[in-house]
Design a protein around this ligand. Sequence first.
Ligand SMILES: Cc1ncc(COP(=O)(O)O)c(C=O)c1O
Length: 390
Amino acid sequence: MTYSFDKIIDRRGTDSLKYDLAAKRGMPEDIIPLWVADMDFPAPPEVLEALVEKSRHGIFGYSDTIGDDYFNALADWYASRFNWHLSPKWLVKTPGVVFAICTAIRALTEEGDAVLIQEPVYYPFAGSVRANNRNLVVNELVYRDGRYYIDFDDFEDKIARNRVRLFILCSPHNPVGRVWSEEELAAMGEICLKYGVKVVADEIHADFVYPGYRHHVFETIRPEFADMTITCTAPTKTFNLAGLQISNVFISNTELRKKFKQELEKTGYSQPNIMGLVACKAAYRYGAQWLEDLKSYLVSNLALVRDFLAQELPSVRLVEPEGTYLLWLDFRALDLPDKELNDLIVQKAGLWLNAGPMFGAGGEGFQRINIGCPAATLQKALERLKKAFR
Ligand SMILES: Cc1ncc(COP(=O)(O)O)c(C=O)c1O
């Protein structure tokens, strides 16, 4: 490995949500935070160098991606890894994927319209639908023999009965870790096509897929899918840049793009943060080797959790992930109400995870743990869990 991820870097006192909110929220002082989805690793050195160089220049005036370099870095990344061939005019930059989802909801639906999501899912999906006064419709994922599946009959039935206008797809799926197969994506897309449902495809975790799996960009599966889809991407999970607030949204359909841009204009947002642009370009251009090494490291962190649970805590079941650095743990064999389970994890084990019910229907009895940290931190967290449950 060219890059190492073992070093423990103290993030306390850096205004980090993951670390510095603990005291404010009444958590124990020495809590190990493995909740929000950022990693305890510095970004690729090439990204840091680009940011330092920009800082040295010292002028942070209004900026945008005037030349082709930025787009070309993205286009090369998606063409070589996902066989997705982008056109510069499809690109709309936003300060984040959740921002883009909210914008898409307002652009493509009216107040009171039905929007479909698949719970348990990243909680801002439901939050964005509700905050925009849309009607939340849930196609609950089915957990069977340690794996999650889509109930396609329910998917179609919910769309038809509620006259769903928009579907927010999470692919790969946070928190259940599924990397949807081409067949599954095609089946969902065909149903959306049949009922005229537009799709927001949140593919922010696309770069984190474990060996043996492949991420398919939803809109590449059929030309008709591209025509009804807004695809949200970002370098922020892949390269650990969440605080730099940059995401790249691709909309090939001219009418959808126009509506999205009109809605964006209403927010008053125009040029992105220059540091986000600098980091994004450097990451996609020079970050490939770093990402490969990071993925190997995550594979070994995943093995650490898998082996530890099997040997030391067999009543806690790992839902084997196909993608993402977020693991979904099944604590239901312990038969504890969620509040008690949470108290035990926070107060006794001194761990800050994400409690399953946050993710909506089907989250009860589960917890999400973020393995984007040095192995020593993870080992310590697992030991604490064992001690608390003993
Ligand atoms: C599925 C998913 N979408 C979006 C986000 C956040 O994206 P952003 O910070 O760009 O709003 C996350 C972060 O965890 C996520 O897991």
